[in-house]
Write a protein that binds this ligand. Structure first.
Ligand code: TYC
Length: 106
């Protein structure tokens, strides 16, 4: 194989072999959104069991932020949109962000 063909083969296989990027959906604490509302968001949008939703909500309340799950780009942004819609409709300032997960954190 020529050097050019080898370079193309290496580049192609390393591009193909990369795992898909993953995205964490993070909820941020605030002083106004009721705890019950956050628990309901975690149950209804992230499918957390009651006790898990309660403990994730308390972690966010105490630590300022917390991870709700890790997804592909489009699922993560769909979840964020669902959280934003629910918060806007209820008129709470709950904030949700999507962050790319570093390979070392996976
Ligand atoms: N800090 C809020 C309160 O005391 C509860 C809360 C928890 C708000 C988590 C947002 O992402 C949040 N009512």
């Amino acid at each position: 194989m020529s050097q050019i063909a080898t370079d193309i083969a290496d580049e192609t296989s390393s591009a193909i072999l990369q795992p898909p990027k993953q995205y964490a959906v993070i909820l941020l604490n605030d002083d106004f959104t009721p705890m019950d509302f956050v628990v309901r968001v975690l149950q209804d949008i992230f499918y957390m069991p009651d006790a898990v939703a309660e403990s994730v909500m308390l972690k966010i309340h105490h630590e300022g932020r917390g991870q709700c799950g890790v997804f592909s780009w489009d699922i993560a942004h769909t979840k964020k949109d669902q959280v934003d819609d629910a918060s806007r409709q209820a008129e709470y300032p709950l904030r949700c962000v999507v962050e790319e997960v570093n390979d070392s954190e996976q």
